[in-house]
Design a protein around this ligand. Structure first.
Ligand code: OFO
Length: 170
């Protein structure tokens, strides 16, 4: 059985994952409308993954006798200046998600909830990957400095990266 404190922390994490999914969906739509089709594909896939992260939490809370709450989400930004801006926002957002996940892990330890602590390790590992990926993309874009040929290749590589990703399971 989940303690009220852990249940509350996990429910707050549901909102963050839902916001991530919504955010990346909005960015995907922007990228598609700007002709960055590879980036759009990558971001649509990423948005789906965030939804899976959210559902994992919903199901875990309910399975452990808590009550998962499905929150409303505010409208995300829909206009971006450049791909560099998009990936810089993603990096900042993922850093925020990581720090919130660390807080959930802390709460699990203080509540002596080792089952949820164990469950949260999947998120800890996932955040490591997501932050590294966002940082690599920001670094690449900075190096390109707006060069059109390089941007074309970047966009094409992201499409290949989206296709190569193994599908996450719920
Ligand atoms: Fe759910 O990993 Fe990003 O936010």
């Amino acid at each position: 059985m989940l303690s009220k404190k852990v249940e509350k922390a996990l429910n707050a994490q549901i909102l963050l994952e839902a916001e991530s999914s919504h955010y990346y969906l909005s960015m995907a739509s922007w990228a598609e409308s700007e002709g960055y089709n590879g980036t759009a594909e990558f971001l649509y896939t990423h948005s789906d993954e965030e939804r899976i992260h959210m559902i994992k939490l919903v199901r875990f809370i309910n399975e452990r006798g808590g009550k998962a709450l499905i929150p409303s989400i505010k409208e995300p930004a829909s206009k971006f200046k450049s791909l560099t801006e998009v990936f810089s926002i993603i990096l900042k957002h993922e850093e925020l998600v990581t720090s919130e996940i660390n807080k959930v892990v802390d709460i699990c330890l203080s509540e002596k909830d080792y089952t949820t602590h164990n469950f949260m390790q999947w998120y800890v590992a996932e955040q490591l990957e997501e932050e590294a990926l966002a940082k690599t993309n920001v670094d690449k874009l900075k190096l390109m400095g707006g060069d059109k040929g390089a941007l074309y290749l970047f966009d094409r590589d992201l499409s290949a990266a989206a296709k190569a990703k193994p599908n996450e399971k719920q």
